[in-house]
Design a protein around this ligand. Structure first.
Ligand code: PLP
Length: 351
């Protein structure tokens, strides 16, 4: 976390500890802090504050978007379109819906990890209720043509969700321009605390809540709000918006230098997704004949923290579904490493 984020959160634990739903002064003070944080999150993606639902992170945001639409729209249809390279929060949610009788079209991607908008158009059916395509991939960083897909969804009058957990704060995000109805965001990807996130829900979207209870968050997500976490998230969002112009170009330079030097020094090394538009901070490299887990351990001993596949599925022997989807063999996928640079990365780190 950024030191400024920690500093903003501390007084919420010690002084402004009210429940934001309470009408007394302590409660109202907490609510004011939460409202300010919501504004920062909204500004980061060009949403209105009333369109930001605060919740426990990217996984919940994806679940609320997909299950919320599935349940509210099942009288119209039960068909969902998504891609084969989504995060497990989307993938497993859609698989679960398949078991409940929904039909899912799993779109393939190119060798660089891109969804073809024409494939989305071709997959549309009269009973399609939702398109869910991630903005940027968490393993290889490729950025999908969301604006184009958004236009297709708009024309077809089908709800469009995009998982923006990786893109938010790394590249400019404008939910209006992207034409999304739902957009997932997570705080810990932008130097905020873990366990907090948001779902952008465009005004007028009909969504059935998955958490029922006291009717918090305009009835979209019940449960006493994690005020300290939300305040930290807001502060992180404020810095992330500024950092788009100042920090991210520097991060991109560092990432490019890392890749250039690795390629120059190590034979049989490739960068996955290299030819597609990519996030500035992500690098997925593949070393022929090498074994990823071994590389992770060797690098860890040198104080370099990297992953094979996505962090959440590390430890599993299954090859990354993303790398398989872009045409890698299981052996090749096992020789892959993901480097994620933070906005605090330095030239020395790259050395
Ligand atoms: N979606 C993507 C693309 C992610 O990278 C992640 C986190 O790793 C998530 C969703 C889940 O977010 P969270 O960890 O906040 O639940």
């Amino acid at each position: 976390m950024r030191s400024e984020v920690v500093a903003a959160m501390m007084p919420v634990f010690t002084e402004h500890f009210g429940n934001a739903s309470s009408i007394h002064w302590f409660g109202q003070q907490a609510k004011a802090l939460m409202d300010e944080a919501r504004q920062h999150v909204a500004r980061l993606v060009n949403a209105e504050t009333s369109e930001i639902v605060l919740l426990s992170g990217g996984t919940e945001a994806d679940n609320l978007a997909i299950r919320g639409i599935a349940e509210s729209q099942n009288a119209k249809g039960r068909h969902i379109i998504t891609s084969r390279i989504e995060h497990h929060a989307v993938l497993h949610t859609c698989k679960d819906l398949e078991k409940q009788g929904y039909e899912v079209t799993w779109l393939p991607v190119s060798r660089d990890g891109l969804v073809e908008p024409d494939d989305v158009r071709a997959a549309l059916r009269p009973d399609t209720i939702l398109i869910s395509i991630m903005h940027a991939n968490n393993e290889i960083g490729t950025i999908q043509p969301i604006e184009e897909i958004g236009r297709i969804a708009e024309e077809a009058d089908v709800y469009f969700h995009s998982d923006g957990v990786q893109s938010t704060g790394k590249i400019p995000v404008d939910v209006r321009k992207l034409q999304v109805d739902l957009f997932s965001i997570s705080s810990h990807k932008i130097h905020g605390p873990k366990g907090v996130g948001a779902l952008f829900v465009k005004k007028g979207t009909i969504l059935k809540p998955i958490m029922t209870g006291g009717g918090h968050e305009r009835n979209r997500r019940s449960g006493t709000e994690n005020v300290a976490g939300i305040v930290g998230f807001g502060e992180a969002a404020r810095f992330a918006l500024e950092g788009l112009k100042t920090e991210m170009p520097r991060v991109r330079e560092l990432r490019d230098r890392l890749e250039a030097e690795l390629k120059a020094k190590i034979e049989h090394l490739h960068v996955n997704g290299e030819n597609a538009p990519r996030l500035p901070n992500t690098s997925n490299i593949m070393v022929d004949y090498a074994e990823g887990e071994g590389l992770v351990i060797s690098l860890d001993l040198k104080g370099v923290a990297v992953s094979t596949g996505s962090a959440c599925s590390s430890g599993s022997l299954e090859p990354s579904h993303v790398l398989i989807a872009i045409g890698k063999t299981p052996d090749e996928a096992h020789g892959s490493l993901r480097f994620s640079l933070s906005s605090m990365a330095t030239a020395e780190d790259i050395e």
